[in-house]
Ligand binder design. Structure first.
Ligand code: HEC
Length: 125
């Protein structure tokens, strides 16, 4: 009887410890193959906080959606190559960024979306 009690204790402790482990930050969800990600619908909204500075005085000019898209190629977006795309690697929030600290930054999920977009034709709409 004592043994069984001990086993239950160990089991419960194990479960408790395990649930602590799962309190960790959840991994960024993968984007399923075939999802259509476009600049107009998905990327431009991520960049809305950037236009206080990137408004024509600071390049890239990210204000007007279609013009911003045109401004991003080819200097800031290299099709199929996020690590070489300055919009990706230099944007505030990325670990590779040398961007000045500006109080706005993209999340890991935002970077996942942006990378998927760059890897999948970087369509406008
Ligand atoms: C408070 C002002 C400010 C905000 C907000 C801001 N930036 Fe910047 N950004 C700058 C400045 C200043 C530079 C130039 C830094 C340098 O050259 O070292 C810059 C440079 C850049 C560059 C490189 C430009 C080039 O021609 O090499 C990129 C890409 C960029 N920012 C993306 C973003 C993105 C994406 C956001 C929003 C998530 C953002 N920035 C928000 C001020 C800002």
């Amino acid at each position: 009887m004592k043994k069984i009690f001990q086993m239950i204790c160990i089991g419960v402790t194990g479960l408790l410890l395990n649930s602590c482990y799962y309190d960790d930050v959840p991994p960024t969800p993968e984007i399923p193959d075939g999802t259509v990600v476009t600049y107009k619908a998905d990327i431009a909204p991520l960049l809305s906080g950037c236009t206080t500075c990137h408004n024509g005085t600071q390049s890239p000019d990210l204000r007007n959606t279609q013009q911003a898209y045109n401004a991003l190629f080819p200097s800031y977006v290299v099709l199929g190559n996020a690590p070489s795309s300055k919009l990706y690697y230099f944007a505030p929030g990325n670990t590779t960024s040398g961007h000045p600290s500006v109080g706005v930054s993209l999340t890991d999920a935002n970077f996942t979306t942006m990378k998927y977009w760059i890897d999948n034709e970087a369509l406008y709409e």
